[in-house]
Design a protein around this ligand. Sequence first.
Ligand code: PAN
Ligand code: ZN
Length: 192
Amino acid sequence: MLDKGPYSTKIQGVNGLYPYKVKVERYLKDLREYFLDRQKVEEMLSKGENPLIYVVYEIDREGEGEFNVGCTIIYPGKIGDEYYFTKGHFHAKEPTSEVYVGISGKGVILMQDRDGRTFVEEISQGTIVYIPPGLAHRSINTGKNELVFLAIYPSEAGHDYETIMKTGFAKLVIERDGKPILIDNPNYGRYL
Ligand code: PAN
Ligand code: ZN
């Protein structure tokens, strides 16, 4: 029933959606190229520390005009001063947008265009964040609890992870004096 025709599903807070089709777990090991302090990441991994950073529960569909619906849970935590985040991506099909709805926790949606121009929106319970076509997007948990949000996007959007993996985001969200701040990423565009 989740593949074709109408369905309904329930938001389960930190347990995502039920029913769902796909569950993806991202551990520190999956994000080893992404954090600023790579040395710290390698140290942790070599000690067998491989925390779960985020989970996505998704109902994906196939066919023209369909939407995918996903619920992301980002755990609270930091690598050095850098808050836990999602990998981030452009949509492979550029003219596709996305809507995020905050369910619980608090965080930041970082967006950027192909020239590295940055846009930031805060998200918490009840916030609707609209991500227009052409912007890469990453979610960052700046709070003390899980950040949970719902994502709705065209099922033909596809995910281009490679661009962001290679260049990074132009800005980073780190903690300073107990608060989140935006800083320039010293490594932005390093492989360009
Ligand atoms: C979201 C993301 C989800 C995980 O559903 O896929 O938050 O982030 P990454 O895909 O960057 O690992 C979305 O933006 N879908 O298009
Ligand atoms: Zn997306």
